[in-house]
Write a protein that binds this ligand. Structure first.
Ligand code: ZN
Length: 284
C-alpha cells in the first residue's frame, strides 16, 4: 500500500521551530517512500484557534517548501463522523459517562498521579450534569510498537481512561484523530513525542471501529533554552520569515533529525535543502 503521511497542527498560532521539525520529519518520511503527505487542521477547540491562524500556518508550510497533497482537511467539518464513532464505541460497551469536575478529581487525586482514578466507572450513577465520555482502556491491548522508539507498553491505571468526548460537546483528541487517520487512509503518523501516550487509546479505538491502524513514529521534541518543550503555551517564537532566518531554521531542524547538508546549501532556500535531503536518502 502506498505511504500516506500527514501533519495535523492545531491552529492556535503560527508554527514555531518545534512544529516545523515535526512537519519536516513527517514530510521527509512520506516523500522518501514516494508517498503522499496531507495536512489536517485540528480546529475542534474553537476557543484555542484565533482567526487567521490556519492561513498563517499554510502560508508558512508553503514558504518552507513543505508542499502537501490534496486540500487541507478541517476537523470542524467532520463532527458528525466523530459523533457516529462515539455511538459505535458506546454500543460496543467501550465508554462510560464521567461528570467529575476538575475540583472533585483534584481532591481525590492529591496523593496519586494525575491520571483519572476511574471513579465514575467504579461508582455508576446518573450524571448530575452533562457528562464527558471516557474510553475503558483494555489492559490487554496496551502494547504497541513505535517505529522509532521500539516496543511500548502502558497500563490502564497509567493512562486513566482518556476523555474521548468532552463535557463541552467537543470530540476528544484520541477519538477525532483515530477516526480521521482511518477516513483519510493515513498509513503512517509521524508526530512529536508528547503525543506518544495517545497511541494506545487511538489503536484501541481503531480496532473497536474495525479500522486498520496507522503506524506510529514519535520524534523527539525541540526544547527551548530553559529545557522546556518548545510550544505555543511556552511562548515559542514564530518561525522566521526572512530568507536567511528561514535557511538557518531549516538547517537546525534537518541537523537535529540526523541529516547532513553540504556547506553550499546551508544558506539555500528551505525547499532546496529539503530536496537535497530527499535525493541523498533515495540514493542511499
Ligand atoms: Zn468521573
Amino acid at each position: 500500500m502506498r505511504t500516506k503521511g500527514r501533519f495535523a497542527p492545531t491552529p492556535s498560532g503560527p508554527l514555531h521551530e518545534g512544529s516545523l521539525q515535526t512537519a519536516a520529519a513527517s514530510w521527509i518520511s512520506a516523500r522518501r517512500q514516494n508517498g503522499q503527505w496531507w495536512v489536517r487542521i485540528d480546529d475542534l477547540d474553537a476557543a484555542r484557534c484565533p482567526p487567521g491562524a490556519t492561513a498563517c500556518i499554510l502560508q508558512q508550510l508553503e514558504a518552507y517548501g513543505l508542499h502537501w497533497d490534496g486540500h487541507p482537511v478541517y476537523q470542524t467539518q467532520h463532527v458528525e463522523r466523530y459523533r457516529h464513532a462515539r455511538e459505535v464505541l458506546a454500543r460496543a460497551g467501550a465508554l462510560y459517562p464521567c461528570d467529575c469536575t476538575r475540583a472533585e478529581r483534584r481532591a481525590r487525586l492529591q496523593e496519586t498521579p494525575s491520571a483519572y482514578d476511574q471513579h465514575c466507572w467504579r461508582h455508576p450513577h446518573t450524571p448530575a450534569r452533562t457528562p464527558a465520555w471516557r474510553l475503558i482502556l483494555d489492559d490487554a491491548d496496551l502494547h504497541w510498537n513505535d517505529q522509532l522508539q521500539g516496543p511500548q507498553h502502558a497500563t490502564r491505571a497509567q493512562l486513566g481512561d482518556p476523555i474521548i468526548w468532552r463535557q463541552d460537546d467537543i470530540p476528544g483528541y484520541a477519538l477525532a484523530c483515530a477516526v480521521d487517520e482511518s477516513a483519510m487512509a493515513i498509513t503512517e503518523v509521524v508526530r512529536g513525542d508528547d503525543l506518544r501516550q495517545e497511541t494506545a487509546p487511538q489503536l484501541q479505538i481503531a480496532r473497536t471501529l474495525g479500522h486498520r491502524p496507522a503506524k506510529y513514529h514519535h520524534v523527539p521534541l525541540v526544547m527551548d533554552a530553559s529545557g522546556r518543550k518548545m510550544s505555543k503555551q511556552n511562548h515559542a517564537a514564530p518561525l522566521p520569515d526572512d530568507p536567511s532566518g528561514m535557511s538557518a531554521a531549516m538547517l537546525r531542524v534537518l541537523t537535529r533529525l540526523g541529516h547532513t547538508l553540504p556547506p553550499m546549501l546551508h544558506r539555500a532556500a528551505p525547499v532546496l535543502q529539503l530536496r537535497c535531503v530527499l535525493e541523498s536518502l533515495r540514493a542511499s
